[in-house]
Design a protein around this ligand. Structure first.
Ligand code: FAD
Length: 410
């Protein structure tokens, strides 16, 4: 049996890695193994346009023709259950073995589950296209949808369900929505737009009980002692990295499969990237992070591919994330919690950007919100300033008539 490079996980990261191997000129065998039954597809539309549309479409990352042209051997509906690092083989769920020379783990993440909700048919999670279809068919006009978790997925789903005519209540245990990594000023704008669209957001609540109705499809929640009846309860309470096969094989795991700046694990023949990996972020002095972000999955897939071909490139990208809700787009470049002071810049009437500066004046993050593409250009320029470790003067950042490009040149 031929070995070559094997990738576990046919999601954003794994598929980009497989394609990048060919773009880099590698002509050995490439095997892409995915547990899902679908061709590799994009997840972000599942909670946005896809959920608001009549049917959940599927935006493919690569279709069969492209994968065949690139001579990538795609194995769908195949779960890797064990890695034998000594023999350099993978065991699949059906008992078959796949040998590898180099291995990339791009296993992604799965929804964090709430023990109280286990076994209740009215409680669902969103990660895959199949999850999205199951949710979409239950978004009937006038259905009451309770969403637990005021994070990105919960809020995007709240917007989509509202657009489908559902009555939506978002329940968040924290004192405000988007507590993790999003400034309060931006979270307030998002809370307001949801309120305007009739979505009820209740923060600081505690859910003590969940009781299924006799059909097992609806559920009653006890929230702060009072009862809320929901036709559907969607849980969006975070994701946990898929690290089991890595830890079972003795690889180091630390909030994700632990990799170095080249995305290599503690075994030099095994790399990990995307949502499943924790890595040192060079621009913040090697702070170890795990990102759940689409562009990171793409970039790390391509970087891991190059490093499996011995390019020895270090990860140096600035984290970037976006979310769309109604006509608003939010973008964040860098890590907001690295900043100690904030400078606001208004971009037109309804859009603004917050620049987050470290104690030494370095720009460490930029977060913004506005309709459509209003903030996209400035966030892109901010990202370049962050990558350079620039220390732009706060008054210049705040002044809307200062072109950020001029600060880049400075
Ligand atoms: P995944 O996409 O999770 O792919 C991993 C794949 O590996 C899965 O198909 C899984 O089945 C497979 N797998 C796992 N274990 C095994 C195994 N043992 N054997 C075989 N296969 C295995 N990011 C943004 O920046 N902006 C957004 O607006 C945004 N929206 C999102 C909306 C939704 C609904 C979701 C779920 C995510 C969103 N994201 C967004 C995050 C983004 O989609 C992820 O960061 C990205 O998909 C991560 O890619 P990945 O390849 O690392 O993991």
């Amino acid at each position: 049996m031929t070995s070559g490079i094997v990738i576990v996980g046919a999601g954003e990261c794994g598929t980009r890695a497989a394609l990048a191997l060919r773009e880099e000129g590698y002509d050995g065998p490439v095997t892409l193994i995915g547990a899902e039954r679908h061709l590799p597809y994009e997840r972000p539309p599942l909670s946005k346009d896809g959920m608001a549309a009549e049917t959940v479409g599927m935006k493919l990352i690569a279709d069969t023709v492209r994968l065949q042209e690139a001579n990538i051997d795609l194995m769908l509906s195949s779960e890797v259950v064990r890695i034998d690092r000594n023999a350099r083989t993978l065991a699949l769920g059906d008992g078959s073995l796949v040998p590898y020379d180099k291995l990339l783990l791009a296993t992604g993440a799965c929804p964090r589950r709430l023990p109280m909700a286990e076994g209740i048919g009215g409680c669902v999670y969103l990660r895959t296209h199949d999850d999205a279809e199951a949710i979409r068919t239950r978004l009937h006009p006038d259905a009451h949808v309770a969403i637990i978790g005021g994070g990105f997925i919960g809020l995007e789903l709240a917007a989509a369900a509202g657009q489908r005519g559902c009555k939506v209540t978002v329940l968040e245990t924290q004192p405000r929505i988007l507590m993790r990594g999003v400034p309060a000023e931006i979270a307030d704008v998002i809370a307001e737009v949801h309120a305007r669209h009739g979505v009820a957001i209740r923060c600081g609540v505690s859910i003590s009980e969940m009781i299924p109705d006799s059909s097992m499809r609806a559920v009653s929640l006890t929230v702060n002692g009072a009862r809320i009846d929901a036709d559907l309860c969607i849980l969006g309470i975070g994701a946990i990295p898929n690290t089991e096969i890595a830890s079972d094989s003795g690889l180091a795991v630390e909030n994700g499969i632990r990799v170095d700046e080249n995305l290599a694990t503690s075994d030099p023949n095994i790399f990990a990237a995307g949502d499943c990996a924790s890595f040192p972020l060079a621009i913040y002095g090697g702070r170890r992070v795990r990102l759940e972000a689409w562009r990171n999955a793409q970039e790390q897939g391509a970087l891991a591919a190059r490093n499996m071909l011995n390019k020895g490139e270090r990860h140096s990208a600035v984290p970037w994330f976006w979310s769309d809700q109604y006509d608003l787009s939010l973008q964040i470049a860098g890590l907001v919690d690295e900043g100690v002071t904030t400078v606001r810049r208004d971009v037109g009437e309804d859009a603004f950007i917050l620049f987050h500066l470290a104690a030494d004046g370095r720009l460490v993050a930029a977060s913004g919100i506005g309709p459509g593409n209003a903030i996209a250009r400035d966030i892109r320029l901010a990202e370049m300033l962050i990558a350079r470790g620039a220390k732009p003067p706060g008054d210049k950042l705040a002044a809307s008539d200062t072109k950020l490009k001029s600060l880049l040149a400075a």
